[in-house]
Design a protein around this ligand. Structure first.
Ligand code: UDP
Ligand code: MG
Length: 326
């Protein structure tokens, strides 16, 4: 018995990408055509664009693409929710119709030719295939330094993520069915996908420059993503605070003994400077610790609300119909 060829859905988040979409969309379509011709995937495979509440013509471009070619599909989020939520919306939309998904950015930075190898790995039995950047030759020194620092800090903080892997990856529908049970609102896909388990591997590719348009990830957003990732995935910062608290307590205890000894020896001078130093130091530490703990409480607050993680307002196949029956 020959196994049916898998249906692949390429999931692509798009936010204000009117400049780059008309260039990259045909490239994704070509990839589907090539993979189908090579006999690796079913001709029912699709390219799914997720419009993340763009303010430019992105959605109308997607609608036009979908009208012109049945291989293009689009869903639109009711407002901008960020890259992670957009990818999640697309994956959840795809999981009941396809066998495998590949998520990729729409700016052409990630080499789409790595998809061949990803599909090969899937056919060889892997359920998750991470796309990993082998070099960052096209990135500026600053971007490379901050991005690689990001992975080291994340791992050190206890959020176990694949080094130099962003959100270019193949996930099978089977894994996505389980992934759907992860109900958290604060999502950081890179850290969550490994938690699902199943056989996984990595393929390597070189990252190119953006074909057109501008990056939506300046340093500020990257720091926010790192901080979110750490506090969503790991309680290590809280443990570090506990450890730090222990050290400060020991030092404080030694300080008290020292003060008593000095007082007993009668060599005490007006200790204004040291008092102020200690008060400042403790005040700073306490505020910092409260801030970190507060961050977790904030996360708990958002999780207890259990608000929807994405809201889809339109679909290219039928505006309010949930299932795509292609
Ligand atoms: N993106 C999104 N919502 C956002 C910001 C970005 O869907 O709020 C998409 C964007 O269209 C692109 C991908 O996420 O397909 C990655 O963004 P970008 O290329 O700007 O980030 P960089 O590659 O510079 O890290
Ligand atoms: Mg990019």
């Amino acid at each position: 018995m020959t196994q049916a060829k898998p249906i692949l859905w390429i999931v692509i988040p798009c936010y204000n990408e009117e400049k780059v979409l008309p260039i990259t969309a045909p490239m994704f379509l070509q990839k589907i055509t090539d993979l189908t011709a090579a006999g690796k995937i079913s001709d029912k495979s699709r390219v799914l664009f997720v419009n993340d509440g763009s303010k430019d013509k992105t959605w109308s471009i997607i609608e036009t693409l979908a009208q012109e070619n049945e291989h293009f599909l689009g869903i639109s989020q009711s407002r901008n929710r960020g890259h992670q939520n957009a990818v999640l919306a697309g994956l959840m939309e795809a999981k009941d119709t396809c066998d495998i998904t590949i998520s990729i950015d729409c700016d052409g930075q990630d080499d789409i030719n790595a998809m061949d190898q990803m599909v090969d790995e899937y056919l060889g039995g892997c359920e998750v295939v991470y796309g990993v950047r082998s070099k960052r030759a096209t990135d500026t020194f600053f971007k490379r330094f901050t991005a690689e620092g990001f992975y080291h800090v994340m791992n050190w903080m206890g959020a176990d993520i694949v080094f130099n892997h962003a959100d270019y990856r193949l996930i099978s529908a089977r894994v996505l069915q389980h992934f759907a049970d992860f109900k958290e609102v604060n999502i950081f896909l890179r850290g969550m996908v490994p938690l699902v388990g199943f056989k996984s591997t990595s393929v390597y590719y070189e990252r190119a420059e953006r074909i057109a348009g501008e990056s939506h990830y300046p340093l500020k957003k990257m720091l926010a993503l790192a901080f979110d990732g750490i506090t969503s995935l790991s309680v290590k910062p809280i443990r570090m605070i506990t450890g730090f608290g222990c050290i400060v307590s020991v030092l404080g205890f030694l300080g008290i003994i020292w003060a008593i000894v000095m007082a007993a020896l009668g060599s005490v001078v007006a200790g204004w400077a040291s008092t102020v130093c200690i008060v400042c130091f403790m005040g700073g530490i306490q505020l910092l610790c409260l801030g970190v703990i507060g961050e977790y409480i904030g996360k708990i607050y958002m999780e207890t609300k259990a608000r929807p993680r994405y809201i889809i307002s339109d679909r290219t196949w039928a505006p309010y119909e949930r299932n795509y029956k292609g």
